[in-house]
Write a protein that binds this ligand. Structure first.
Ligand code: HEC
Length: 98
């Protein structure tokens, strides 16, 4: 009994925060606000920046943080759930971080 409770609790702690993001919303947000600049700098459809060998993002938290920094720098005024949505979309499509 106690074992299962501990198991459930620890599962909660290690669960990927990106699982809570709305991937569909994130796709719309990223396509509208983020791709043009990445494409201009990195060529193609801009997605190379997420898959390049020396990419900077290594963890789900890091990905959320990077989306947050971009949001702030660009003055997009996204809410937390929109940042999470964009991060979840990028993770599902490119990063595949656990
Ligand atoms: C004005 C140009 C510009 C815009 C707009 C922009 N980015 Fe970026 N982004 C960059 C550049 C340049 C880098 C590479 C930074 C580096 O190499 O240190 C980058 C890097 C990133 C990375 C990290 C890539 C890696 O190495 O893993 C992510 C994630 C990212 N951007 C997400 C976003 C999101 C989400 C948006 C939209 C809210 C956005 N960016 C909008 C220019 C832009």
């Amino acid at each position: 009994m106690r074992f299962w409770l501990l198991f459930l609790l620890s599962f909660n702690v290690i669960a990927n925060p990106l699982d809570a993001g709305d991937v569909k919303l994130g796709k719309q947000l990223v396509e509208k606000n983020c791709i043009a600049c990445h494409a201009a700098r990195f060529g193609g459809d801009g997605s190379k920046i997420y898959t390049r060998e020396d990419r900077i993002i290594k963890t789900p938290k890091g990905l959320i943080q990077q989306v947050r920094n971009c949001n702030t720098n660009l003055g997009l005024k996204w809410f937390d759930d929109e940042e999470l949505a964009a991060a979840a979309y990028l993770n599902q499509t490119y990063y595949h971080l656990q």
